[in-house]
Design a protein around this ligand. Structure first.
Ligand code: GLN
Length: 479
């Protein structure tokens, strides 16, 4: 018998397949119809990869019938954020400029997923070039939050988050440069992990801000989150920033009775945070104390400068990374006899407003005369923020904050006020600047039913502690 597909965990799927309760093709058809049925309303996918999914499912059934190992994630349907390269289908980055771009190679994480038997059902909607916190900057229209039709799912991995939350797929890949996995995970009531910088190969991820971009997993429970992470993490010679860290065995070590020393940087979130979020956060703090963890107040002296620092560095890197979209080699081209004019027209028509704003700001902070005042200062501040964390982790194992200052906001509420929009990443950007791993864990809801997420950060390469504390909190909320 098929599991209730919309609720099924990855393990229900891999177990059911091994025990021949259903076939991978049957499960894949259930996934594809869930995608088709719900996508009309939610717009979580830009492209459905139906024929690829069915081909992969058939292969898994063949392997099982031959008695071969079909892989750790055999038959598990997955959504891929549309800035991760997958051959034979467009990788649009939710931008007009890449609307028809078909990558000639697969990202490393795609190769690893395919080897592990995961079934790719589609490319998920996102903010254009991953720039945004609400999915409203997508050229293909906004994704809606399954928890309320007029609500944003968060961003930029909003399509991935909505697809998981709505039961279209049990797991998804997102990318996180300043919070783009954790903030939508919080808004949609699911789990999301931004891995340590270098833990997951960025080969085949379309670059936004290369010193912070990371691909990471999104899921409805900790086991699935850890399982997906264990498949995509690990050294890759195609990414010069890939780290040689051994994550093997991470999934087998979650159920331990371990008590953590957890830091609370209270001065960091005393202002601008929604009352209801604050109340839920205080509940989490007391539940963790009751559970035997030790909570201590810590100070991160430079962290209030994180948003400003992030936007200078991210925009500077983006202006350089996005220079390649000039109509000459790939993507959109608006013809003109004069090459400069061709590039200008291509970029003017191909990029949306938010992307243009960031390219202009990024070019400005790097320009002669401004570089000292902005970019160089931001990199110095980044070092101070990094040192704050390094010092804090001499004293504590983990650091706890809310994931976001508010629950999901309404479509249209912030799109015309970029500064307000940027502030929704206030708690998430520090981990990207420091390169450390961070998780968002769903915990409770505000009065009108919108989900809330809490964030835990750990030292470099200590994803294991994040999964373990995630397991503790998952138990608390499941009680
Ligand atoms: N929302 C943040 C921004 O707009 C982060 C984006 C991201 O992590 N890709 O830059």
């Amino acid at each position: 018998m098929m599991p209730d597909y919309g609720q099924a965990a990855a393990k229900d799927i891999t177990d059911g397949l091994q025990k021949k309760r259903f076939s991978a093709v049957e499960l894949c058809r259930a996934a594809l119809s869930a995608v088709e049925e719900k996508n009309h309303k939610l717009n979580a996918f830009i492209t459905a990869t139906e024929s690829l999914a069915l081909k992969q499912a058939e292969q898994i059934d063949r392997k099982i019938s031959r008695g071969e190992n079909p892989g750790f994630l055999a038959g598990v349907p997955i959504a891929i954020k549309d800035n991760i390269c997958l051959t034979d289908y467009p990788t649009t980055c939710a931008s007009k400029i890449l609307e028809n771009f078909i990558p000639p190679f697969n990202a490393t994480c795609i190769e690893r997923l395919v080897d592990a038997g995961a079934v790719i059902v589609g490319k998920a909607n996102m903010d254009e070039f991953a720039m945004g916190s609400s999915n409203e900057t997508s050229y293909f229209g906004p994704t809606l939050n399954p928890h309320g039709e007029n609500l944003v799912p968060g961003g930029s991995s909003g399509g991935s988050a909505a697809a998981v939350a709505a039961g279209m797929v049990p797991v998804a890949l997102g990318s996180d440069t300043g919070g783009s996995i954790r903030q939508p995970a919080a808004f949609c009531g699911i789990y999301g992990l931004k891995p340590t910088y270098g833990a997951v190969s960025r080969y085949g991820l379309v670059a936004f801000a290369s010193s912070m971009d990371q691909i990471g997993p999104m899921a409805r429970n900790i086991d699935d989150l850890a399982a997906l992470f264990s498949v995509i993490a690990g050294f890759d010679e195609n990414d010069a920033t890939s780290a040689k860290h051994d994550y093997s065995g991470i999934t087998g070590n979650l159920d331990v009775d371990i008590k953590f020393r957890i830091g609370l940087p209270r001065s960091f979130f005393k202002e601008g945070i929604d009352r209801e979020i604050e109340n839920i956060f205080e509940q989490v703090v007391s539940r963790l104390i009751d559970d035997g963890h030790q909570l201590v107040e810590i100070d991160l002296p430079h962290i209030n400068l994180a948003i400003a620092t992030y936007h200078v560095i991210a925009n500077a890197e983006a202006s350089s990374n996005l220079a390649r979209y000039d109509g000459a080699r790939y993507g959109l081209r608006i013809n003109d006899d004069e090459p400069g004019e061709m590039m200008c027209r291509t970029r003017s028509e191909g990029f949306g407003r938010e992307v243009k704003r960031r390219i202009i700001l990024g070019t400005y902070v790097l320009s002669a005369g401004c570089c000292e005042a902005y970019y160089n200062r931001a990199t110095q501040l980044r070092n101070l923020i990094r040192n704050d964390f390094a010092e804090a982790f001499n004293e504590v194992d983990l650091i706890l904050t809310p994931t976001t200052p508010t629950a999901a906001f309404k479509i249209g509420e912030k799109i015309h006020n970029p500064l307000d929009m940027y502030l929704s990443d206030i708690f998430t950007v520090p981990a990207n600047l420091a390169g450390i791993p961070a998780i968002s864990i769903p915990y409770g809801k505000v009065n009108d039913g919108r989900p809330v997420g809490i964030q835990l950060m750990a030292g470099m390469f200590d994803e294991l502690s994040l999964f373990q504390i995630g397991r503790c909190i998952e138990r608390m909320t499941g009680e």
